[in-house]
Structure formats: C-alpha cells, structure tokens
Ligand binder design. Structure first.
Ligand SMILES: [Zn+2]
Length: 216
C-alpha cells in the first residue's frame, strides 16, 4: 500500500520530535525496559501492519491538529480510503485463493494471502491451517466458561500453534506464537507482544496473569 507521502513526512517529523515509547518486561527478569518506536518501525506489511498504521495515523492526526486540522483530516480520509481499498482487495484476493472460511462461532476469517504466497503451503496444509484456526477459536470460546484448568488451555493452545507453524512451513518456535494471549482471561500485555521490534524475541507475560503467570 502506498502511503500518502505528505502525511508521511509530517508524521515522521512528529515521531522524531515526540516519539512513542513502548515498555516491556525483559524475559526472565522482572526488569522493565522502555524504548522509543520510530515511524519506520511501524511500517511493515500484513494485517497487523494495517492496524498499527491506522493507529499510528490517528496519533499523528491528533498531534498535528493544532496546526492545520482540516488539511490533515482530508489526508487521513484519503489514506483511509486507500487503506479500505487495500483491505477489500486483500479480502477478494483471499477469496480467490480459497483462504476464506467461517469458524464455528459464525465469524468469517481469512488466511493472509501474502503469507500464503511467501510460505507456499500445499492445499492440504491450507485446509489444516483453517481447521487449526477453528480449534483455536473454539478453545478461546470454551475458556469463557472454563471446562478445564488454565494450564490445560495454555498447553492445548501451544500445541495448536506448533501445528500451525508446521503447516505454514515455518520452524516450530514458541517465540513467534500469537494465539496464546488471545484468551479473555489472559492479562498479559497485548500491545507489547505485538511490537514489531520485539516480536519473535519471547513472550512478555505478567506474573499475575491467571493463565501465564510465572509459567513462561
Ligand atoms: Zn497471560
């Protein structure tokens, strides 16, 4: 997706003068580490990237409102149209590629076409990945009125995530798991774990999370 260049220049300048900072607990310690995130850090491809970029633009918009709010609004509108069109074309691409499915909760879901292109799973593997997504959603749903221990939910989700990696043709690596923190009972920091700089370096957990406290 092409970013509106003028807005990007403005946003970049804002990030340089008043950067967003993100904190995390350093894995294996109880020390907190804070670092600044640049505009470039937030620009990357994929679904999460689209969300982050949108979030980012809202912050940029707020930050520059004192100067020329109307102009920025127009630019953000244009950008959101681009964003929406890009999302629409991503969804139709996913439909063409047979990557759209409905989970057991009745929600329409899609595998990411860009990742499919890159990892090249077979037709069988794609079907497996869809089934695994449904299992993950079912497990999350089930946890809302728990029928087993948090440890069992945690372990089952981890097994599903390893199977997902196998079918995606990724290395099995728990550092790249993304579903473990989606349980409503989990109180671990969501944003820190999605930090594009940090992603892949380990799980950021909270000691008092009922599912993950002290366990990872
Ligand atoms: Zn947790």
């Amino acid at each position: 997706m092409k970013i509106n260049e003028e807005l990007e220049v403005m946003a970049r300048a804002i990030y340089e003068t008043s950067p967003i900072s993100a904190s995390r607990i350093v894995p294996g310690t109880d020390k907190k580490e804070t670092r600044n995130i640049s505009w470039d850090d937030l620009i990357y491809e994929g679904e999460v990237g689209c969300d982050l970029r949108q979030l980012n633009l809202e912050r940029a918009q707020n930050a520059i409102q004192a100067k020329d709010r109307a102009r920025v609004d127009r630019q953000v509108d244009d950008l959101m149209k681009l964003h929406n069109n890009a999302m629409k074309s991503a969804i139709s691409r996913a439909e063409e590629m047979g990557l759209v499915f409905v989970n057991n909760q009745g929600n329409k879901c899609a595998l990411n076409p860009a990742v499919v292109k890159k990892q090249n799973p077979s037709v069988n593997q794609i079907e497996n990945i869809k089934k695994l997504h449904c299992e993950a959603y079912d497990l999350i749903e089930d946890s809302k009125t728990p029928t087993k221990t948090w440890e069992e939910y945690r372990a089952e989700m981890e097994a599903i995530e390893f199977e997902m990696q196998v079918n995606w043709n990724f290395e099995k690596d728990a550092n790249y798991h993304t579903w473990w923190k989606k349980f409503p009972a989990c109180t671990c920091p969501q944003m820190d774990n999605e930090d594009p700089i940090y992603y892949g370096r380990g799980k950021i957990t909270l000691g008092n999370c009922p599912m993950h406290g002290g366990s990872l």
